[in-house]
Design a protein around this ligand. Sequence first.
Ligand SMILES: [Zn+2]
Length: 115
Amino acid sequence: MDQYDAIRQTLLNKRQELSRRLESIKSNITRGQSADSQEQAQELENAEVVDALGNEARIELNLIAKALDQIKNGTYGSCADCGRSIPPARLAAQPFAERCIDCATKVEARGRRPG
Ligand SMILES: [Zn+2]
């Protein structure tokens, strides 16, 4: 635990920021209902946007949890495909990178087939 300390700290900060954001999103959703039907429609629309934001935050929180787990288990920073170490510069830029640049390029070249 050492070479990834900086990344771990970044992830922890990010997690805190996202949790706070989720909290404020939630309090926005639950804030009072208005009697005016036009306002209600507007509120519904807002709720949808807010929900999408919330989902994004949740997805990112999952990635952070996974990365933190991997750091703890010592599996962080290994390419999911070829098992080689992912260069620290790549991880610094993309803390959730699961593949080395070679494999990531190959995956992208294969296109976005399901699975
Ligand atoms: Zn690889």
